[in-house]
Design a protein around this ligand. Structure first.
Ligand code: AMZ
Length: 450
């Protein structure tokens, strides 16, 4: 962000019903770039500017199609379409379809796909649709991660869905319930055995949040600490790979992994356990703890980690964070762990004199994709998230903030979700001990958050 104070500096997604000539050109430009980059838009080659202009002009006249765009500094850099069922299709009148969601490659890594999806989903919900469907080529990995993170449920795979680059590829079919006021009766008998995860009751306000189950590793085992104290550890499993599978089977779309020994030692110390998690993970994984140089960051990203979390170096070596963000855009997250607002490092053994908000601003400037904010005094204590601090941080930044530390029951999750009304930048929540203890059932958590 340029920070010039212009009203359009904040990235935003919105529905458009008309386009100025400049907007049309920007949309064509973004679409061309997305097609050249390998897709998401059906076209395999750029059809030429005139055809593209005709396409969008025509699209605006189709009553069943709603066009959404996302802007960066006021300029359109991506789009999505929400398609309503044809009017004769009474049987499927409750379902809308999301199509053609894409962000131009030059604007990625800023959470704009998320903004588009959020806007289209909210619009579908506001129009009373109960189901949102979508399908996507298997090669669109970033989009697939986004849909999973938003609680979309993959109900099927089409074996011969599309042809591109000389090969036939599969298509993944997703669905999501938008309201909870009617049971969905599957049309196909086999579908009856497939649970369609319910989404949040209509009475819950705010937007959906990603649930990140925490897998904290100490001496090869999955543990939870209280307030980060290594000698106050509860061991929950000595099989991190099985633990990863369990959270995925429960419906979680992401895993949050921390190498605790690594955070204290300043280098990865639970590599075998992390590798076991990667080998078992069919969802994206974020990893933190002991990542203090570009080599280790690169190594874990190459090994299958989707995002790395940098904590101590965020305070001690911001230049390294900047370099990592340049080298791996969208894949670096800053972990800001604070005791009463003051940032802690080195396994939380040291407290710096830096304020969480100041570090958040620095990290945003360095180019991180998101912030994970932990209030240490709450971590592992089950007493609830420090919502005011989290919301203040989220509202001071334009990148997503993930809340961490203190979830002890589903009411805490409801409260966080409600806080997104006034702090829309809150993107997700990390839950540890409460999930392991069974105080929070993952299915309940996912329903409340999605
Ligand atoms: O519990 C702890 N003592 C602890 C912990 N959970 N110490 C560090 N961490 C986590 C941070 C962040 O995700 O929340 O480790 C990561 C930061 O590690 P590093 O090595 O970059 O400071």
């Amino acid at each position: 962000m340029t920070g010039t104070g212009r009203p359009y500096d904040q990235p935003r997604a919105e529905r458009v019903q008309s386009l100025t000539e400049d907007e049309l050109q920007a949309l064509c430009e973004a679409t061309d770039a997305a097609i050249l980059d390998g897709g998401g838009f059906g076209w395999l080659t750029v059809p030429g500017r005139q055809a593209m202009e005709r396409y969008f002009r025509g699209l605006l006249m189709v009553p069943e199609r709603m066009l959404f765009v996302v802007r960066l500094d006021g300029v359109i850099v991506g789009g999505a379409q929400l398609v309503r069922p044809p009017r004769n299709n009474e049987a499927q009148a409750m379902s809308a379809t999301l199509m053609h969601l894409y962000v131009a490659p030059y604007a990625r890594g800023r959470g704009l796909g998320r903004l588009l999806l959020l806007e289209a989903e909210q619009c579908a919900r506001a129009m009373g649709y109960q189901i949102l469907n979508l399908d996507v080529r298997e090669t669109q990995e970033a989009a697939i991660r986004l849909f999973r993170a938003f609680g979309f449920y993959q109900w099927g795979t089409h074996p011969s869905y599309a042809r591109a680059d000389g090969r036939t590829m599969r298509g993944l079919f997703f669905t999501k319930r938008l309201q909870d006021n009617e049971r969905v009766v599957p049309a196909h008998p086999q579908a009856a055995s497939v649970p369609i995860p319910a989404t949040g009751p209509a009475s819950v306000t705010g937007h959906s949040l990603t649930l990140y189950p925490a897998i904290d590793l100490k001496d090869g085992a999955c543990v939870r600490l209280r307030r980060g104290e290594m000698d106050d550890a509860t061991v929950y499993s000595d099989d991190p790979g099985a633990q990863a599978r369990a959270w995925i089977a429960a419906g979680c779309g992401w895993l949050h992994v921390v190498d605790l020994n690594g955070a204290f030692a300043g280098r990865s110390a639970n590599s075998a356990a992390i590798e076991a998690i990667i080998a078992n993970a069919t969802v994206p994984v974020q990893l933190g703890g002991g990542l203090r140089d570009l080599d280790s960051i690169e190594r874990w990203l190459a090994a299958g980690i989707t995002r790395v979390i940098l904590g101590s170096v965020a305070v001690k070596n911001p230049e390294l964070v900047r370099a990592a963000c340049r080298a791996f855009p969208g894949r670096i997250v800053a972990g800001i762990d604070a005791r009463s607002g003051q940032v802690a490092t080195e396994g939380w053994a040291e407290t710096s004199d830096m304020k969480a908000i100041d570090l958040g601003r620095r990290m945003e400037d360095a180019g991180v994709a998101a912030i994970i904010f932990t209030e240490i005094s709450r971590d592992g204590m089950l007493t609830g998230i420090d919502i005011p601090q989290t919301a203040e941080l989220a509202n001071s930044l334009s990148i997503p903030v993930i809340a961490s530390g203190g979830v002890g029951n589903v009411e805490h999750l409801r409260a966080l979700r409600a806080a997104t009304v006034t702090a829309p930048g809150i993107e997700g929540v990390i839950v540890g001990r409460a999930l392991y203890d069974g105080r929070v059932d993952p299915a309940d958590a996912l329903r409340i958050l999605s």
